[in-house]
Ligand binder design. Sequence first.
Ligand code: ATP
Ligand code: MG
Length: 359
Amino acid sequence: MTKTYRIAVIPGDGIGKEVVPEGVRVLEAAARVYGIGVDFEHFDFASAEYYQAHGQMLPDDWFETLKGFDAIYFGAVGWPDVVPDHVSLWGSLLQFRRHFDQYVNLRPVRLLPGIVSPLAGRAPGDVDFYVVRENTEGEYSSIGGKMFEGTDREVVVQETVMTRQGVDRILDYAFRLAQSRPKKHLTSATKSNGISITMPYWDERVEARAEQYPGIRVDKFHIDILAANFVLHPDWFDVVVASNLFGDILSDLGPACTGTIGVAPSANINPEGTFPSLFEPVHGSAPDIAGKGLANPIGQIWCASMMFDHFGEKEAGAGVLRAIEETLAAGEHLTRDLGGTAGTAELGAAIAERVLGQG
Ligand code: ATP
Ligand code: MG
């Protein structure tokens, strides 16, 4: 054993409390099999219960408490009966994202065996790419304002902000990710035919950064036809990089092309490792099924695979993903959203067993 990774575990609300323990079970199994040290610390903040007791989502010293961890393993936040969604989100996840400078939002788009894709005729292998979304600037700026408010001359403006540093660092992350993959192909999402200042700048930076990565094939699509091609030709893509707004849309469209929401993972990454990165499933707290032991834990477990990848523990990352795929292919111990009858813990245990079998 070389390094021990310190992982902050934050289950949050609803099914987060049910799927996170299954993720931890699989993390522990993979750590044992692949000889990796992991040290977990559990936190009850970023939840409706914490909010009820303290009137805020996080303790005042959350930054000091979390900043030394290697990663945050997050469930889901949101319990609208107790906390309005914008309060729970802004009071927790978005604070982490901002203060820990998690400027990459990464989502794999990969069709898993045994899952029916809404794209007819697509098999695993046809759909296997990443969406890399810029997570801090771009279209989601708060610069703007209103004029002549309340009159029929009302004007409303919101600016897009792109900085050289902000654009280059997300592009560099995406280029490096493409370098690590067999196809070595990067696609840029643009709209420089309609948005005439910021998007041509984005294109210009793509061309400039591409010179540093001569082995990568680069192409670009306007966002409208790119969205269409996610559906029509998902096999065309390897790594897709996009600004904040375009990435937001693509990172929901992509996983939607691979079937159920319960299996999709995501990561908010600070690539330099100055601060912890955060791994969370795409799904939310799912109040409608919470507390019943029905939730699919695969999205949360796949996050464990992404976390190992982020640590550079590629064998463990691949091992966890393989265990998920073998379990799905076998078609047993599946939860109801996958057409089975098993509960959350049964599916989690089945995947952990397969990981242990890799030892
Ligand atoms: P967000 O918190 O991101 O706003 P949401 O409230 O829009 O999320 P979810 O909480 O993800 O949506 O739930 C959407 C639907 O998908 C619900 O019907 C929920 O039961 C179902 N669902 C979500 N996650 C899972 C899961 N892991 N297993 C089974 N069903 C799930
Ligand atoms: Mg919700």
